[in-house]
Design a protein around this ligand. Structure first.
Ligand code: GLU
Length: 315
Protein backbone atom coordinates (compact mmCIF):
# COMPACT_ATOMS: atom_id res chain seq x y z
CA UNK A 1 0.00 0.00 0.00
CA UNK A 2 1.45 3.41 -0.84
CA UNK A 3 2.11 5.99 1.81
CA UNK A 4 -0.73 8.30 0.75
CA UNK A 5 -3.25 5.54 1.39
CA UNK A 6 -2.06 4.66 4.84
CA UNK A 7 -2.73 8.15 6.15
CA UNK A 8 -6.18 9.54 6.79
CA UNK A 9 -7.59 11.08 3.61
CA UNK A 10 -7.14 14.84 3.93
CA UNK A 11 -8.06 17.28 1.20
CA UNK A 12 -7.66 20.99 1.01
CA UNK A 13 -8.73 24.13 -0.75
CA UNK A 14 -6.02 26.77 -0.82
CA UNK A 15 -7.21 30.07 -2.28
CA UNK A 16 -5.17 33.24 -2.42
CA UNK A 17 -7.26 35.90 -0.63
CA UNK A 18 -6.83 38.51 -3.34
CA UNK A 19 -10.43 38.86 -4.50
CA UNK A 20 -13.84 37.20 -4.40
CA UNK A 21 -14.20 33.51 -5.26
CA UNK A 22 -15.78 33.11 -8.69
CA UNK A 23 -17.46 30.18 -10.40
CA UNK A 24 -14.13 28.64 -11.38
CA UNK A 25 -12.75 28.72 -7.83
CA UNK A 26 -16.04 27.44 -6.41
CA UNK A 27 -16.08 24.58 -8.91
CA UNK A 28 -12.61 23.54 -7.77
CA UNK A 29 -13.56 23.92 -4.10
CA UNK A 30 -16.64 21.75 -4.67
CA UNK A 31 -14.56 18.96 -6.22
CA UNK A 32 -11.94 19.18 -3.45
CA UNK A 33 -14.64 18.97 -0.78
CA UNK A 34 -16.60 16.18 -2.50
CA UNK A 35 -13.49 14.11 -2.98
CA UNK A 36 -12.31 14.35 0.63
CA UNK A 37 -15.72 14.05 2.26
CA UNK A 38 -16.95 11.23 0.00
CA UNK A 39 -14.02 9.16 1.31
CA UNK A 40 -14.90 10.10 4.91
CA UNK A 41 -11.79 12.28 5.02
CA UNK A 42 -10.81 15.59 6.54
CA UNK A 43 -11.01 18.81 4.59
CA UNK A 44 -9.08 21.96 5.39
CA UNK A 45 -8.90 25.48 4.02
CA UNK A 46 -5.58 27.30 3.80
CA UNK A 47 -5.24 30.95 2.93
CA UNK A 48 -2.27 31.49 0.63
CA UNK A 49 -1.57 35.06 1.66
CA UNK A 50 2.21 35.13 1.18
CA UNK A 51 1.87 38.26 -0.84
CA UNK A 52 0.94 40.90 1.71
CA UNK A 53 0.35 43.55 -0.93
CA UNK A 54 -2.37 41.71 -2.82
CA UNK A 55 -3.94 39.70 0.04
CA UNK A 56 -6.39 41.00 2.61
CA UNK A 57 -8.31 39.73 5.61
CA UNK A 58 -11.49 41.13 4.09
CA UNK A 59 -11.02 38.96 0.98
CA UNK A 60 -10.26 35.93 3.17
CA UNK A 61 -13.46 36.51 5.17
CA UNK A 62 -15.52 36.91 2.00
CA UNK A 63 -14.06 33.73 0.51
CA UNK A 64 -14.87 31.74 3.64
CA UNK A 65 -18.40 33.14 3.61
CA UNK A 66 -18.77 32.04 -0.03
CA UNK A 67 -17.67 28.49 0.80
CA UNK A 68 -20.13 28.32 3.69
CA UNK A 69 -22.89 29.70 1.48
CA UNK A 70 -22.21 26.94 -1.05
CA UNK A 71 -22.57 24.36 1.74
CA UNK A 72 -18.89 23.42 2.10
CA UNK A 73 -17.47 22.97 5.59
CA UNK A 74 -13.91 22.41 6.79
CA UNK A 75 -12.04 21.03 9.78
CA UNK A 76 -9.94 22.98 12.22
CA UNK A 77 -8.80 26.56 12.02
CA UNK A 78 -8.04 28.19 8.67
CA UNK A 79 -4.27 28.35 8.37
CA UNK A 80 -2.66 31.48 6.92
CA UNK A 81 0.66 31.19 5.14
CA UNK A 82 1.69 34.64 6.35
CA UNK A 83 1.95 33.14 9.86
CA UNK A 84 4.26 30.33 8.86
CA UNK A 85 7.46 31.90 7.62
CA UNK A 86 9.58 30.06 10.21
CA UNK A 87 8.53 26.70 8.72
CA UNK A 88 9.45 27.81 5.22
CA UNK A 89 12.83 29.07 6.46
CA UNK A 90 13.56 25.70 8.05
CA UNK A 91 12.85 23.87 4.79
CA UNK A 92 15.04 26.32 2.87
CA UNK A 93 17.83 25.84 5.44
CA UNK A 94 17.60 22.09 4.90
CA UNK A 95 17.94 22.43 1.13
CA UNK A 96 20.79 24.91 1.56
CA UNK A 97 22.51 22.53 3.95
CA UNK A 98 22.33 19.83 1.27
CA UNK A 99 23.86 22.13 -1.36
CA UNK A 100 20.66 22.20 -3.35
CA UNK A 101 20.29 25.97 -3.72
CA UNK A 102 21.97 28.93 -5.36
CA UNK A 103 21.40 32.69 -5.44
CA UNK A 104 19.83 34.10 -8.60
CA UNK A 105 20.37 37.72 -9.56
CA UNK A 106 18.31 37.66 -12.76
CA UNK A 107 15.53 40.18 -13.24
CA UNK A 108 12.19 39.10 -14.71
CA UNK A 109 13.15 40.84 -17.92
CA UNK A 110 16.42 38.96 -18.18
CA UNK A 111 14.67 35.66 -17.55
CA UNK A 112 12.02 36.37 -20.17
CA UNK A 113 14.72 37.26 -22.69
CA UNK A 114 16.82 34.16 -21.98
CA UNK A 115 14.07 31.59 -21.56
CA UNK A 116 12.68 29.53 -24.37
CA UNK A 117 9.04 28.68 -24.04
CA UNK A 118 8.37 24.98 -24.67
CA UNK A 119 5.30 24.44 -26.88
CA UNK A 120 4.99 28.20 -27.20
CA UNK A 121 3.25 28.21 -23.80
CA UNK A 122 3.31 31.05 -21.30
CA UNK A 123 5.22 28.85 -18.87
CA UNK A 124 8.91 29.64 -19.29
CA UNK A 125 11.35 27.40 -17.49
CA UNK A 126 14.22 29.28 -15.92
CA UNK A 127 17.26 28.56 -18.10
CA UNK A 128 19.68 28.24 -15.15
CA UNK A 129 21.76 31.32 -15.92
CA UNK A 130 22.90 31.95 -12.33
CA UNK A 131 23.54 28.27 -11.65
CA UNK A 132 26.41 28.44 -14.12
CA UNK A 133 27.97 31.67 -12.78
CA UNK A 134 31.65 31.50 -11.97
CA UNK A 135 32.59 32.42 -8.39
CA UNK A 136 33.99 35.72 -9.67
CA UNK A 137 30.83 36.58 -11.59
CA UNK A 138 28.74 35.76 -8.54
CA UNK A 139 30.88 38.01 -6.36
CA UNK A 140 30.58 40.83 -8.89
CA UNK A 141 26.81 40.55 -8.85
CA UNK A 142 26.74 40.48 -5.06
CA UNK A 143 28.90 43.61 -5.02
CA UNK A 144 26.42 45.39 -7.31
CA UNK A 145 23.97 45.43 -4.38
CA UNK A 146 21.23 43.53 -6.24
CA UNK A 147 19.23 41.35 -3.84
CA UNK A 148 19.25 37.77 -5.09
CA UNK A 149 16.40 35.31 -5.03
CA UNK A 150 17.24 31.78 -3.89
CA UNK A 151 16.63 28.94 -6.34
CA UNK A 152 16.52 25.17 -6.08
CA UNK A 153 19.29 23.41 -7.98
CA UNK A 154 16.87 20.87 -9.48
CA UNK A 155 18.25 17.36 -9.71
CA UNK A 156 16.34 16.35 -12.86
CA UNK A 157 14.95 18.31 -15.83
CA UNK A 158 11.52 16.69 -16.20
CA UNK A 159 9.01 14.79 -14.11
CA UNK A 160 5.89 12.68 -14.52
CA UNK A 161 2.85 11.91 -12.46
CA UNK A 162 -0.63 10.52 -13.00
CA UNK A 163 -3.40 13.03 -12.44
CA UNK A 164 -6.81 11.71 -11.41
CA UNK A 165 -8.56 13.90 -14.00
CA UNK A 166 -5.96 14.34 -16.73
CA UNK A 167 -4.17 10.98 -16.58
CA UNK A 168 -0.40 10.70 -17.18
CA UNK A 169 1.31 14.09 -17.33
CA UNK A 170 4.94 14.95 -17.84
CA UNK A 171 6.51 18.38 -17.68
CA UNK A 172 9.60 20.48 -17.18
CA UNK A 173 11.27 20.90 -13.85
CA UNK A 174 13.31 24.05 -13.71
CA UNK A 175 15.19 25.62 -10.83
CA UNK A 176 12.18 27.03 -8.97
CA UNK A 177 12.48 30.05 -6.74
CA UNK A 178 12.45 29.09 -3.06
CA UNK A 179 12.80 32.56 -1.62
CA UNK A 180 11.97 35.66 -3.60
CA UNK A 181 14.41 38.54 -3.74
CA UNK A 182 12.27 40.46 -1.23
CA UNK A 183 12.98 37.69 1.29
CA UNK A 184 9.50 36.12 1.19
CA UNK A 185 9.17 32.34 0.72
CA UNK A 186 7.97 31.47 -2.76
CA UNK A 187 4.67 29.79 -3.61
CA UNK A 188 6.09 26.41 -4.70
CA UNK A 189 8.09 26.02 -1.49
CA UNK A 190 5.30 27.14 0.83
CA UNK A 191 2.73 24.87 -0.79
CA UNK A 192 4.97 21.80 -0.48
CA UNK A 193 5.86 22.55 3.15
CA UNK A 194 2.25 23.21 4.14
CA UNK A 195 0.77 20.22 2.34
CA UNK A 196 3.17 18.01 4.27
CA UNK A 197 2.74 19.79 7.62
CA UNK A 198 -1.05 19.65 7.31
CA UNK A 199 -1.07 15.95 6.40
CA UNK A 200 -2.63 16.54 2.99
CA UNK A 201 -3.10 13.31 1.02
CA UNK A 202 -4.84 14.73 -2.01
CA UNK A 203 -4.29 17.99 -3.82
CA UNK A 204 -7.25 19.27 -5.79
CA UNK A 205 -6.75 22.56 -7.61
CA UNK A 206 -7.17 24.32 -10.95
CA UNK A 207 -5.43 22.76 -13.93
CA UNK A 208 -3.51 25.98 -14.57
CA UNK A 209 -1.18 24.50 -11.92
CA UNK A 210 -0.59 21.18 -13.71
CA UNK A 211 2.82 22.34 -14.92
CA UNK A 212 3.90 23.30 -11.37
CA UNK A 213 3.27 19.80 -10.09
CA UNK A 214 6.43 18.01 -11.34
CA UNK A 215 8.46 20.77 -9.65
CA UNK A 216 6.55 20.45 -6.41
CA UNK A 217 6.89 16.66 -6.46
CA UNK A 218 10.67 16.95 -6.80
CA UNK A 219 10.81 19.55 -4.03
CA UNK A 220 8.82 17.23 -1.78
CA UNK A 221 11.16 14.34 -2.57
CA UNK A 222 14.24 16.41 -1.76
CA UNK A 223 12.67 17.38 1.56
CA UNK A 224 11.80 13.76 2.34
CA UNK A 225 8.06 14.37 2.29
CA UNK A 226 5.12 12.06 1.65
CA UNK A 227 3.48 11.55 -1.73
CA UNK A 228 0.07 12.95 -2.63
CA UNK A 229 -2.70 12.23 -5.09
CA UNK A 230 -3.36 15.02 -7.60
CA UNK A 231 -6.59 16.11 -9.19
CA UNK A 232 -6.41 19.16 -11.45
CA UNK A 233 -9.83 20.59 -12.23
CA UNK A 234 -10.29 22.18 -15.68
CA UNK A 235 -10.69 25.94 -15.72
CA UNK A 236 -13.85 27.88 -16.40
CA UNK A 237 -13.77 30.22 -19.37
CA UNK A 238 -15.94 33.22 -20.18
CA UNK A 239 -17.93 33.47 -23.43
CA UNK A 240 -14.88 35.06 -25.12
CA UNK A 241 -12.73 32.00 -24.44
CA UNK A 242 -10.66 33.72 -21.76
CA UNK A 243 -10.31 32.58 -18.20
CA UNK A 244 -13.34 33.61 -16.17
CA UNK A 245 -12.99 37.01 -14.47
CA UNK A 246 -15.12 39.81 -13.07
CA UNK A 247 -15.57 41.42 -16.47
CA UNK A 248 -17.60 38.38 -17.52
CA UNK A 249 -20.48 39.52 -15.33
CA UNK A 250 -21.95 38.24 -12.10
CA UNK A 251 -19.54 35.38 -11.69
CA UNK A 252 -18.71 35.67 -7.99
CA UNK A 253 -20.66 33.81 -5.32
CA UNK A 254 -21.62 37.11 -3.71
CA UNK A 255 -22.94 38.58 -6.95
CA UNK A 256 -24.84 35.43 -7.87
CA UNK A 257 -26.39 35.30 -4.43
CA UNK A 258 -27.42 38.96 -4.70
CA UNK A 259 -28.95 38.20 -8.10
CA UNK A 260 -31.16 35.57 -6.49
CA UNK A 261 -29.26 32.38 -7.28
CA UNK A 262 -29.53 29.85 -4.47
CA UNK A 263 -26.62 27.66 -3.33
CA UNK A 264 -28.36 24.52 -4.59
CA UNK A 265 -28.93 26.09 -8.01
CA UNK A 266 -25.25 26.96 -8.24
CA UNK A 267 -24.11 23.54 -6.98
CA UNK A 268 -26.44 21.95 -9.55
CA UNK A 269 -24.96 24.04 -12.35
CA UNK A 270 -21.37 23.32 -11.27
CA UNK A 271 -21.98 19.60 -10.80
CA UNK A 272 -23.50 19.34 -14.26
CA UNK A 273 -20.66 21.36 -15.80
CA UNK A 274 -18.21 18.88 -14.28
CA UNK A 275 -20.03 15.85 -15.65
CA UNK A 276 -21.11 14.71 -12.19
CA UNK A 277 -24.86 14.88 -12.92
CA UNK A 278 -26.96 14.45 -16.03
CA UNK A 279 -28.88 17.72 -15.67
CA UNK A 280 -28.36 21.12 -14.12
CA UNK A 281 -31.08 20.66 -11.50
CA UNK A 282 -30.69 22.18 -8.03
CA UNK A 283 -28.96 19.90 -5.55
CA UNK A 284 -27.00 20.41 -2.32
CA UNK A 285 -23.30 19.60 -2.04
CA UNK A 286 -24.11 16.96 0.60
CA UNK A 287 -26.52 15.22 -1.76
CA UNK A 288 -23.76 14.81 -4.35
CA UNK A 289 -21.53 12.89 -1.95
CA UNK A 290 -22.88 9.37 -2.44
CA UNK A 291 -22.55 9.43 -6.23
CA UNK A 292 -19.28 11.40 -6.51
CA UNK A 293 -16.89 9.72 -8.93
CA UNK A 294 -13.82 11.70 -10.06
CA UNK A 295 -13.55 9.45 -13.14
CA UNK A 296 -16.59 11.22 -14.61
CA UNK A 297 -15.08 14.71 -14.41
CA UNK A 298 -14.89 16.31 -17.85
CA UNK A 299 -11.27 17.05 -18.80
CA UNK A 300 -11.88 20.08 -20.97
CA UNK A 301 -12.52 23.66 -19.81
CA UNK A 302 -16.11 24.69 -19.23
CA UNK A 303 -17.32 27.81 -20.96
CA UNK A 304 -19.73 29.75 -18.83
CA UNK A 305 -22.16 31.63 -21.00
CA UNK A 306 -24.01 34.10 -18.83
CA UNK A 307 -26.61 34.96 -21.47
CA UNK A 308 -27.51 31.36 -22.12
CA UNK A 309 -27.70 30.80 -18.38
CA UNK A 310 -30.27 33.58 -17.97
CA UNK A 311 -32.62 31.78 -20.34
CA UNK A 312 -32.09 28.49 -18.53
CA UNK A 313 -35.20 27.48 -16.64
CA UNK A 314 -33.24 26.37 -13.60
CA UNK A 315 -31.41 29.60 -12.84
N1 GLU B 1 -3.26 29.58 -4.03
C1 GLU B 1 -3.33 29.00 -5.34
C2 GLU B 1 -4.45 29.69 -6.13
O1 GLU B 1 -5.29 30.33 -5.55
C3 GLU B 1 -3.63 27.53 -5.30
C4 GLU B 1 -2.43 26.77 -4.92
C5 GLU B 1 -2.65 25.28 -4.76
O2 GLU B 1 -3.78 24.83 -4.64
O3 GLU B 1 -1.66 24.58 -4.72
O4 GLU B 1 -4.45 29.58 -7.34
Amino acid sequence: MDEARQREVTGRFAPSPTGELHLGNLRTALVAWLSARSQGGRFIVRMEDLDRLTSSQQCADNQLAALRWLGLDWDGPVVRQSQRFARYDRAIDELEGNDLTYPCFCTRKEIAAAATAPNGGAERPYPGTCRRLSAAARLAREASGRHPALRLAATRPTGEFVDVVHGPYSGWIDDVVLRRNDGVAAYNLAVVVDDEAQGITEIVRGDDLLSSTPRQILLGELLGMSKQRYMHVPLVLGHDGHRLAKRHGDVTAAAMSRAGTSPSQLVGLLAHSLGLTSASTPISAVDLLSSFDPATIIRTPWTFDDERRSSDAHL
